[in-house]
Design a protein. Sequence first.
Length: 213
Amino acid sequence: MILPKPALASPVMDAESDLVRRACSGDLMAQEELALRHRRSAYLLALQLLGNVDDAMDVAQDAMLRFFSNLHRFDTRRPVRPWLCQIVRNRVLDLHRHRKIRNHESLDARDAEDNPRFEPIDESIDLERDAARAELRTRIWRALEKLSHNQREILVLRDYQDLSYAEIAETLSIPLGTVMSRLHGARKSLRRVLQEDSSSSTRAGAGRSGAPQ
């Protein structure tokens, strides 16, 4: 399999590569900076893939430990985030294989303030708009739960982790063409599930409105 070529250097990547090199040399401040930059992203990815806060915390902590213990093997010509996503994904797959995942729970059930779901925070205030967005996020979350693991995974990596196609190919160890076709299929499935849920909600609402008082 042919992996994507390393991305061209940029000031951001150069700074991160320098940070990795200093962390590998034992620089504690560099290690702390790397942890601050990436541990939240690791947690959110685990949460989006697993849907369970406790499992996500366990996976994120384990992924960060593995990240630092293997940092000396990292190719500094590449961005850190896809590599960390790969570590998180592998840990999630380990949980699935060993059937250690706790019962799935709604993200609305606990730690609401710490779970930004699948949308960046918008600091402007519009109660009607924000209520509509919250409802849409809930519908999308429920729809994602109904997709296969592969479909949910690639949607999360692209639309919510904002990885490029090349970075997804590297993270999942699949060809670029497979990324595009799998993503297309996953989006079609998500739209179908959302449409089915919308139709079910409409029918349920009609049934309630027609019920005798």
